[in-house]
Ligand binder design. Sequence first.
Ligand SMILES: C[S@@+](CC[C@H](N)C(=O)[O-])C[C@H]1O[C@@H](n2cnc3c(N)ncnc32)[C@H](O)[C@@H]1O
Length: 288
Amino acid sequence: MNYRHIFHAGNFGDVFKHAVLVALVRAMQRKEKGFLFVDTHAGIGTYDLTSSRAERTAEYVDGIGRLWPREDLPPAVADYVEQVRAFNAEAGGPAGQVRHYPGSPMLAARLMRPQDALALSELHPDDFITLRDNFAGWRRVAIQRLDAYTALKAYLPPPQRRALVLIDPPYEDAREVDRLHAGLEAALERFPTGVYAIWYPIKRMREAIAFRERLQTLPLPAAVTAELTVRSEPADDAPAPLIGSGLALLNPPWQIEQTLTTILETLRPILAQDEAARTALVWLRERT
Ligand SMILES: C[S@@+](CC[C@H](N)C(=O)[O-])C[C@H]1O[C@@H](n2cnc3c(N)ncnc32)[C@H](O)[C@@H]1O
């Protein structure tokens, strides 16, 4: 396991994923009944952007760094940025500067109501310990050093019968997508009504299209994908860095489409690195 999220924390992929995550939590909380937030690839929960690892790549500069000073954001995006600002202030970050970045489990935990709970899994031995330490003293947060797809079996179906499941793999292993498919298929069988959010990287558009098409081979409930690319695709023979990312939402909450469109259209000009920045919203399976 080579992947460490500290090198990428707060980058444009995180910004998009976390803005949508905050919107999804809010949508789940429109109902009074509690829900379980499952984060299968939790990371460490909080990232110091001044650490040497974060500074080495400085990816956050073109991610949260661009959102941070903005005061002109629509509520759907401002909600996420305000969460980052409040977390930064509470963690003792310098006024007016982003230093402490909350990962997906921390963002969800901060929004949790008394009737909600979190179940986190992280497989990296060091990151698991850091994650556990970062949530020391938190109630209703279960943390296990489990493989993500084993965790899905362990946590689903949840006792609350309501769950938001974030699946956010590093995609470093060539077999990741195979494992994701098998895990998702099993999870849908165990708990077909869960809201699932699956993050995927975009290095070349044809790979994103293939990812979507492959998802469609699963027995999907209603499903929509939202994608944001921030720069043009490199030539075929050039190395392919990340140019964007996507989120596939299964059983998306009602009216999330409008929120996704607002998030995508707000982030595109702010995060764009060249004129090729694009957004796409594609239904893989319409609601019935
Ligand atoms: C992209 S990062 C997660 C970021 C986090 N979800 C966030 O948004 O703040 C992926 C994490 O998955 C962990 N990981 C990799 N393979 C895993 C597996 N099979 N099961 C659980 N965690 C895994 C990595 O150690 C890494 O911390």
